[in-house]
Design a binder for this molecule. Structure first.
Ligand code: AMP
Length: 600
């Protein structure tokens, strides 16, 4: 593995000189994270000390932790929204950051149904690039020879909008792929993609996927790893292959690109790659035509050593399906990041998904940890929470992540719950437990209890004229289908059976629910096709009482029993499904446009 016996790292023998430097950097950062954190906070506070936000808390030029913690409050997005809105509306004064806000990153987390806008500054890309540059050196420790082939990665950009002041607002990865950091990246033999940049940068998701799949097929023997950002994205690619393999094989057989690919730059990007090959076309037909999709990934890309996709958190629901399509080759979760800040990486990327821990890199921002105790009373202004520093977290405990960034977020609650599993040197490692308040998630959508409740209420208005109401409901993220979809179980009270709701109305209820859900959900339905039509399953009256009986028989307290608004425990699913009277699917796509609803 090591090309130079002189190279070494406590993490393992580096594959090349460049890797040795990256591993050395990880060692430096993790040996004394507390010192690094102190320095980072001082740097952030001196850089942003003159901002309107920090001036409000009268730090008087202090850059130390104690003053910062005693004066600056812990906040949520909603607390910052008025300031963020001012920036979006064109106020260029230093509100949150002394450096100009270069763009907004639109988080998949939402506030009032719209994506959260995360202000960022230009230099932030350098910091994020630095984290990316550590991933392959770590991977090369575990998988040798990745410089001998390519990575088939399904990467996409999404549409971007402008705020009233003309600042671009787009998802973080769209920002990254469109940045010079990505487009002008130096050649790295360990990081060569099958997809030309033109295919990745095409906004039309069909054309982008088609081109990327075609390139992956054309270079199938060179592919050493297959990936996407999240597991749901890779499954969408497999589904695409299931639907379009004939057309793809036809293109390969003739050497002529499908006329549906109209984007001139994509056509140009493929021009040098698409060469006719009857042999390859026959191979694809032979593998795909039988209707057997088990191990399809390793059958078509036989040299694949691992799948590079995040399967921690909400994505864990896709592990069995990925195993089915890949024959159980390793699933590598390499990094943990968000629009607000990139956090860290997995130093043992070949570990089993259930054992994945991320090491937060202390140079990425200033990190604090709010002990997470679900039974504790909610935080109040009078009893400020005690936050723990990165170096002081304790193994086994759960915390909510709170960040302070160069771009101007101060003591901002990310909403992720993490558990400490151990340390690398002195830097703690965390298992991602879950995102707070998320009930349903298929792709990057995150639907909370309040949103689901509102959607049920809105949809049930349609039942009024039938003198019918929804007496109970629960939900389930069905990921057995690709794409997955939301299933909502409804128990109805039909007061006048001679005028019960028609099938058409119940289908309209599905659509009404979708219309109520947040913009990320609707974008997944409309633009990305990453979420299938919502389904309502009407269950027999009395079903939810049976559900309660079942919970109580398993030890739940009768007084404290609450209907679970989301279920995924097999016996409960079986109970619900055995009581289903009828099922309905949304008959159309809900409305979605890239533009934000104006809140000012
Ligand atoms: P966004 O800001 O839309 O990019 O979403 C960021 C969120 O995605 C994080 O706060 C996490 O909740 C989730 N996330 C990111 N990386 C991971 C990971 N490796 N495992 C589990 N969840 C993740």
């Amino acid at each position: 593995m090591a090309v130079d016996s002189g190279l070494s790292s406590p993490l393992g023998p580096p594959a090349c000189e460049k890797d040795a430097k990256a591993l050395q950097f990880i060692e430096e950062m993790t040996r004394n994270p507390d010192q690094v954190q102190e320095k980072i906070l001082a740097e952030i506070l001196s850089q942003n000390g003159e901002t309107e936000y920090l001036q409000r808390f009268k730090l008087a030029g202090a850059t130390d932790r104690d003053t910062f913690k005693s004066k600056v409050p812990v906040v949520t997005y909603e607390d910052l929204q008025p300031d963020i809105q001012r920036i979006a509306n064109g106020d260029r004064s230093p509100i949150l950051s002394s450096h100009p806000i270069s763009e907004f990153l639109t988080s998949s987390g939402t506030s009032a149904g719209e994506r959260k806008l995360m202000p960022t500054i230009h230099e932030e890309w350098d910091r994020r690039q630095k984290l990316y540059s550590l991933l392959m050196p770590v991977m090369n420790l575990y998988v040798p020879g990745l410089d001998k082939g390519k990575g088939l990665y399904f990467l996409f950009v999404k549409s971007e909008t402008k705020t009233p002041s003309g600042l671009v607002a787009r998802p973080v990865l769209t920002g990254y792929y469109r940045s010079e950091h990505f487009k002008k990246r130096p050649y790295d033999p360990y990081n060569v993609y099958t997809s030309p940049d033109e295919a990745i940068l095409c906004v039309d998701s069909f054309q982008s996927m088609y081109a990327q799949m075609l390139c992956g097929l054309l270079m199938h023997k060179e592919v050493l790893r297959v990936g996407a950002v999240f597991a749901s994205g890779l499954l969408r690619a497999i589904r695409f292959l299931q639907v379009h393999w004939q057309q793809l094989a036809h293109d390969i057989s003739t050497g002529i690109l499908n006329p549906k690919i109209t984007d001139p730059s994509v056509r140009e990007g493929l021009a040098g790659i698409l060469k006719p090959s009857q042999e390859l076309a026959d191979f694809i037909i032979q593998e795909c035509s039988g209707g057997n999709w088990e191990r399809i990934i390793t059958r078509i890309w036989p040299n694949t050593k691992y799948l590079d996709v995040i399967v921690t958190g909400a994505m864990a629901q896709y592990i069995p399906t990925l195993d089915y399509f890949s024959g159980g080759i390793p699933l590598a979760c390499t990094m943990y990041a968000s629009s607000e800040c990139y956090f860290g990486l997995n130093l043992k990327p070949m570990s089993k998904p259930s054992e994945v821990s991320y090491t937060i890199m202390p140079n990425m921002g200033y990190f604090e940890f709010l002990p997470h105790d679900p039974s504790a009373p909610p935080l109040s202004r009078d009893s400020p929470p005690r936050l723990v520093d990165l170096a002081d977290v304790e193994v086994g405990k759960e915390y909510e992540l709170v960040i302070t960034t160069y771009a101007g977020l101060c003591r901002y609650r990310v909403g992720d719950i993490l558990q400490v599993t151990g340390f690398h040197n002195s830097a703690p490692q965390f298992q991602f437990i879950r995102r707070k308040n998320v009930l349903l998630s298929i792709d990057s959508d995150k639907t909370d209890e309040a949103e689901l409740q509102k959607a049920v209420e809105n949809a049930s208005l349609l039942l009024r004229e039938f003198n019918t109401s929804v007496v109970e409901y629960t939900s389930f993220a069905d990921t057995k289908t690709i794409p997955g979809h939301y299933v909502i179980y409804w128990e109805l009270l039909v007061k006048d059976p001679s005028n019960s709701p028609t099938d058409t109305v119940l289908k309209q209820c599905c659509l009404a629910m979708e219309e109520s859900l947040n913009t990320v959900y609707r974008q997944g339905r409309v633009a990305d096709n990453s979420i299938g039509p919502l389904e309502i399953r009407v269950v027999k009256s009395g079903t939810f009482e049976e559900l309660m009986d079942y919970a109580i028989s398993r030890g739940a307290s009768i007084n404290q029993y609450k209907v679970p608004r989301c279920v995924n425990f097999t016996p409960i699913m079986e109970l619900l499904d055995s009581r289903v009277l009828s099922t309905y699917f949304s008959p159309a796509a809900p409305h979605w446009t890239p533009e934000r609803r104006r809140t000012d």
